[in-house]
Ligand binder design. Structure first.
Ligand SMILES: [Zn+2]
Length: 510
């Protein structure tokens, strides 16, 4: 069985997850669930980044021991991901012993390679970014991401010979363009590499919160150098060699577009230095914005994903974020637009299709789905379905997730039009047309079955509900796309069980 190992960025725990953080995890979850439907042995890693000075500062503010604070935040993050149905396989914390021993091993390797040296660091440091800046990077003397004045740092530090790997990275990207996705991010990285690389400081002195350098215990590892290593520590580098051999290199790192330099330059250079294979793809996604502004704790525009999913359900929130915001670009979140699409797409299109169709099968045929006895000459829906799976897969393989949703919706729209044109309620009035009625209803149930599998990665809970209403024998958790290769794979003894409305319209409840 082919494998697929994917990761998201790990999150600083100095604040709760916001809608922007949730968006990344939801999108990654859609990819993971899609790969499982493809039949891949999928391993999906997420986690928390705890060695930030901001985390230590936040714990102090709360008058908590840093570890106690991090434990509390782990619970908070895990609870959020559970409510949003994020199906990660493992959750790494940078304070885990398995992570600390991996960081040690990697630093030793890089040190032995001769890529770490001592020097004096002078420069700007933004604590919110946990990043070093040169004067030319600042805008009016302020951090380009946070708009705050960074601190001037001057200390003895260890440096990593990043510049040494410039040519090799350029060559790697030229050979494997899929290494940095989407193209716009690749062009940025290539231009950074072409303009030259400087070595980077990889240690901090004077802060006790972090992983001690294995060759100098008076300094801690720079938080980014530490954090990036989670992608191998979380897959067994130091504690499960079998798992590590199975899944590394990662097939996909999903990250925000603001941290592509760390992931597409520093991380692969670290791996090259330590003689570890590079990940296959790094995808830098766009941001969820609120009236055009990036969401983050520091800019103050926070929408709570938990409150939204409590109010409207996790699946509709997942559906909206994935279908409304192209994964490679920025997109806006607005409650008005969310409600609009909830009502039009989920309540009217998908929800209605399921409830009308199942109710008719229930009413006219006592719930029995009658298989067509002759070769069907009504192939309207079958024709829409043909080629749909491969177009859907094409979209998903290129991480055009919103396009995948759009393709699936063609079948939903087609099926609703089909009901309107075939008018099964008229066929039901004429007993001589019962054969034709059975055929129409069969086509509708089959269209629902197909589209429900396609939408499973996006709405895992609602699609499971539909599957149960269809009362199909196969276990929905184990379904793969093989189910869709043939039109009409419905067992002959199927008796549907219509249930409650899937997506009651929003204004009716408010
Ligand atoms: Zn900053």
């Amino acid at each position: 069985m082919p494998k697929f190992y994917l990761t998201t960025a790990i999150d600083y725990v100095n604040s709760k997850p916001h809608l922007g953080t949730a968006y990344e995890k939801i999108a990654a979850d859609v990819v993971a669930r899609y790969k499982r439907l493809m039949g891949y042995d999928t391993y999906f890693l997420m986690g928390n980044d705890e060695h930030s000075q901001n985390v230590a500062a936040r714990a102090k503010e709360m008058k908590l021991d840093v570890m106690d604070y991090c434990d509390q935040m782990e619970e908070e993050f895990r609870r959020t991901w559970e409510i949003l149905h994020i199906s990660f396989d493992d959750f790494i914390r940078t304070t885990d012993p398995r992570h600390i021993s991996t960081v040690n091993e990697l630093l030793q390797r890089i040190h032995q390679r001769g890529d770490i040296y001592k020097g004096k660091y002078q420069g700007w440091y933004c604590i919110s970014c946990e990043a070093f800046y040169q004067s030319k990077d600042l805008i009016d003397g302020k951090c380009p991401s946070h708009g705050t004045v960074p601190s001037w740092i001057s200390e003895e530090n260890y440096f990593f010979s990043l510049s040494k790997y410039r040519e090799q990275l350029l060559h790697h990207i030229a050979e494997r363009p899929e290494f940095v996705l989407p193209e716009v991010r690749r062009n940025e990285i290539v231009s950074v590499l072409k303009s030259g690389l400087e070595d980077i400081s990889i240690s901090r002195s004077g802060t006790p919160w972090g992983i001690l350098l294995p060759f100098d215990n008076k300094s801690v590892v720079y938080v980014w150098f530490d954090a990036l290593i989670n992608y191998i520590s979380g897959v067994g580098f130091s504690d499960d060699s079998e798992k590590y051999r199975r899944y590394w290199p990662a097939d996909l790192h999903i990250i925000g577009k603001d941290i592509t330099r760390f992931h597409c330059i520093i991380w692969p250079a670290m791996l090259l230095s330590a003689n570890i294979p590079l990940p296959k793809s790094i995808f830098g996604h766009g941001f969820v914005k609120l009236r055009g502004e990036k969401m983050s704790k520091t800019t103050g525009t926070i929408l709570d994903p938990l409150r939204l999913s409590e109010a409207y359900g996790a699946d509709p929130l997942r559906y909206f974020l994935i279908s409304e915001i192209p994964f490679d670009r920025d997109g806006d979140f607005s409650l008005e637009r969310f409600k609009e699409r909830f009502n039009s797409d989920l309540a009217n299109d998908y929800g209605n299709l399921v409830s009308r169709s199942l109710t008719m099968v229930d009413r006219y045929q006592k719930g029995r789905v009658i298989l067509p006895t002759r070769t069907a000459d009504d192939t309207y829906l079958q024709e829409i379905a043909e080629g749909l799976l491969s177009r859907y897969q094409q979209a998903m393989e290129s991480y055009q997730l919103h396009q995948g949703v759009r393709v699936a919706w063609e079948l939903i729209r087609g099926a609703n039009l089909y009901i309107d044109s075939q008018k099964p309620w008229l066929l039901a009035k004429d007993t001589s047309k019962s054969g034709r009625l059975a055929e129409v209803l069969f086509n509708l149930i089959e269209a629902i079955r197909q589209v429900t599998v396609l939408l499973k990665p996006i709405m895992p809970v609602k699609t499971r509900e539909v599957w149960h209403q269809l009362a199909l024998a196969s276990d929905f958790e184990k379904v793969t796309f093989k189910e869709l290769e043939e039109w009409g794979k419905i067992p002959s003894d199927t008796v549907v069980k219509p249930g409650q409305a899937l997506f009651p319209r929003i204004e009716e409840r408010e």
